[in-house]
Ligand binder design. Structure first.
Ligand code: ADP
Length: 289
């Protein structure tokens, strides 16, 4: 009898200890999770603060830079009228020219930075993506021709491809892709292959059933090597001597802010296809007669 009672009590004791251990583990784990979530929230807050500060700083630097650039330009004009030795005048003009170029370069860096890291305020309206691409092609045609690139347009079947977008921002994202494509074809690629740039618009049904509008920017450039592909969207990653490395991250930011995505397919030695996909606007219900 005593043995049975001891056994039962022993069982209870073991059970109680096990429950206590499990409870401690559960409490510790939830505490750990709460602390980790708090840490993440603090880090996100700090990141947002730093983002706002750097954006503000870039704006603050940009304004005096404009003044410096303008004054350098005025000085350069005044030097032309100075009654001094022409050699001396030439030297001064060259120095001011360097100053102006560097000011322009800094302004360019800040503009790119603000586009990537600054506040992105979208004004979305239903727009026909085909019409937008057609307009952009008209605008970009001379620039492509200047680099010996043939720009072609493939708008697909008739009918509007409507999406709710901020047209100016989507154009900016597409322009970044077009510029990259032209630069890639000018810098590398097989010289025996024609330099062709295709802008193609297509409706796309995603695997989850959502309707998208895709705009492809397809080039016949050198393609992208796997090691470059891994870093392609990292801010400040560039393989160009004068590149900022912000074109693709900015394009992706814009597209993702629209609930879309930026796809890339590439084949070394053949070319690259970047595609901007944005959700198609739901078809409007037919109006009752
Ligand atoms: P940047 O143009 O200033 O270098 P991007 O972020 O736009 O910055 O591009 C990053 C890098 O991606 C480029 O330096 C280039 O190596 C590569 N890249 C982008 N587009 C293409 C393309 N169409 N073909 C080949 N390489 C490309």
């Amino acid at each position: 009898m005593i043995e049975v009672v001891t056994g039962v009590l022993g069982g209870f004791a073991v059970g109680a200890i096990a429950t206590a251990i499990v409870w401690r583990w559960v409490v510790r784990r939830s505490l750990g999770r709460a602390q980790a979530a708090e840490r993440r929230a603090r880090a996100a807050e700090r990141l947002a603060e730093v983002g706002a500060m750097t954006g503000g700083l870039a704006h603050e630097i940009k304004n005096p830079l404009s003044t410096i650039g303008l004054n350098a330009q005025l000085l350069q004009e005044s030097i032309e009228e100075l009654a001094i030795n022409p050699d001396e005048r030439g030297r001064l003009a060259r120095r001011l020219g360097t100053l102006r170029r560097e000011v322009d370069r800094l302004r360019g860096i800040l503009t790119d930075f603000l586009e990537f890291a600054g506040e992105l305020r979208l004004e979305r309206k239903p727009a026909d993506v085909r019409a937008l691409v057609e307009e952009l092609a008209d605008f970009f045609h001379p620039q492509a021709a200047q680099h010996g690139v043939r720009l072609r347009l493939d708008l697909g079947a008739d009918g509007a491809q409507v999406a709710e977008i901020d047209a100016a921002h989507v154009k900016q994202a597409l322009l970044n892709l077009l510029l990259n494509a032209v630069q890639a074809m000018s810098a590398g690629g097989d010289p025996s292959r024609p330099k062709e740039l295709m802008l193609r618009v297509r409706p796309r049904q995603d695997a989850d059933g959502s309707s998208m509008v895709a705009v492809h920017v397809i080039d016949t450039g050198p393609g992208i090597a796997p090691e470059t592909l891994r870093s392609l969207f990292k801010p400040y990653f560039t393989t160009k001597s004068g590149g900022t490395g912000l074109g693709l991250p900015t394009a992706r930011r814009i597209v993702e802010a629209h609930g879309g995505r930026l796809d890339v397919h590439t084949e070394v030695g053949r070319g690259t296809d970047f595609a901007i996909l944005v959700p198609a606007a739901p078809a409007r219900p037919a109006r009752a007669e």
